[in-house]
Structures are given as C-alpha cells and as structure tokens.
Design a protein around this ligand. Structure first.
Ligand SMILES: Cc1cc2nc3c(=O)[nH]c(=O)nc-3n(C[C@H](O)[C@H](O)[C@H](O)COP(=O)(O)O)c2cc1C
Length: 197
C-alpha cells in the first residue's frame, strides 16, 4: 500500500512516529510530511525540547522510523505525487490532525501538501483518515468534523481506551495506531480484537 502520512502541530507526535514505523516495517510505501508547526510539537513531545532545530527533529525522527530521507516531503512540495490525483497512491492519514488543518480540509481550501493530499483523497474517493486532537471541542470544531465525515473522511479521534489494561504509554499509542491500520485495511498486531474471555 502507498500511504501519505501528514503530521500537523496538534499534540500527538508519538502516534505519527509509531504509525510510520509500523508502515515501514510492514513493507508499505510511505510518503510523510511535517507541517511547518509540527516539528516544534514533535521536538517537545518526542525529545523534550520545544525549541529543537527542525533539521535535528527530522534527523532523529527518520532514524527512529526507518523512513528513507527521500520519502519525507517539504510541506510546500506540490510536485510530490501526493499532491496529484493522477498518481496512484492509496490513502492519506493526517495524524495528529490539528483544528487548523481540520478547518482547512473542511473548507476545501489549502496551502500546503497536507491539505492538498487530503483534498485529493476526498475527490478521488481514496481512504482519508483524520486523527483529530483537541479538548474541549467548540461548535466550530464539531461542525468541521461532521463536514469532513460527510465528505468521506474517516474521523478517528486520538482517544486511547482503558479496557485493554494498558501498562505503558506505548500501549496507549499502539491502541490508536492499531485502529488507524485497521481503517486502512492493513493487518496489524498492535491492537488485538476484543475477546470477552
Ligand atoms: C505544544 C503544542 C501543542 C499543541 N496542541 C494542539 C492540539 O492538541 N490541537 C490543536 O488543534 N492545536 C494544537 N497546537 C496548536 C497548533 O500547533 C497550531 O494551531 C498550528 O497553527 C497548527 O498548524 P498545522 O495544522 O499547519 O500544523 C499545539 C501547539 C503547541 C506548541
């Protein structure tokens, strides 16, 4: 499968890192893209440094995910295959998805590659998974979520569950990422099927 993973500046950088790790390890083709705001949040959430240099965040992240450097796209690279409906990629995931990016996708406008890939997925009837993260949600946020869902996107809020008895933060991250992989139709072992026994 050929999947675009767009990372925005919402909280939830560990979800994106884990998703890309799992896709790369599973032999899938991945094109990833950090929004301008997101490397700051990744610097904070993954490496404990909000002010970490963008290049350093990207260097460490590529090393940890195993993604080849040429599969990471600049947010303004509209020459990327993920900006085009003619390129035969399969799905796009915006994880985490900020309320800004959600609003842009819901409006049909766009100014970066993440917005464009989401818009292409909707118009071409390809799978689009948004993993929004914000709390509490305003009426505007809720209306935008409904709007993208009605347009065909899957809305998978970053909401880990507790019935699986998670022991670590990684378990909670895996729960959400397992759900994303399920929606993509990709076999995964991060999240087991519910079994009442
Ligand atoms: C540490 C940190 C955490 C943030 N968490 C969220 C969040 O959970 N949800 C959200 O919508 N925005 C959050 N923001 C704000 C976004 O980064 C900001 O709105 C940005 O403009 C989003 O741009 P983007 O969608 O292009 O990445 C956070 C910002 C910082 C610095």
């Amino acid at each position: 499968m050929d999947v675009f993973v767009g990372i925005t500046g919402a909280s939830g950088a560990p979800y994106a890192r884990r998703l890309v790790q799992a896709l790369v390890a599973g032999g899938h083709t991945v094109g990833a893209c950090f929004s301008s705001a997101s490397t700051q949040v990744s610097g904070q959430e993954l490496y404990g440094d909000l002010r970490m240099d963008r290049a350093e965040v990207v260097r460490r992240w590529l090393e940890e995910t195993g993604l080849p450097a040429d599969r990471l796209y600049d947010p303004h690279d509209f020459g990327s295959p993920y900006a085009s409906g003619s390129a035969r990629w399969d799905a796009a995931v915006l994880v985490p998805c900020s309320m800004d990016t959600l609003a842009t996708v819901a409006s049909g406008a766009g100014s970066n590659l993440l917005h464009r890939a989401a818009s292409v997925a909707l118009k071409e009837d390809r799978r689009l998974v948004l993993v929004p993260r914000e709390t509490p949600l305003s009426t505007i946020h809720l209306e935008n979520l409904l709007r993208v869902r009605r347009a065909g996107a899957h809305v998978l809020p970053a909401m880990p569950a507790f019935y699986t008895m998670p022991e670590t933060l990684e378990d909670m991250v895996d729960f959400v990422v397992g759900k994303v992989l399920n929606l993509l139709g990709i076999d995964q072992t991060l999240l087991s099927e519910w079994d009442e026994s």
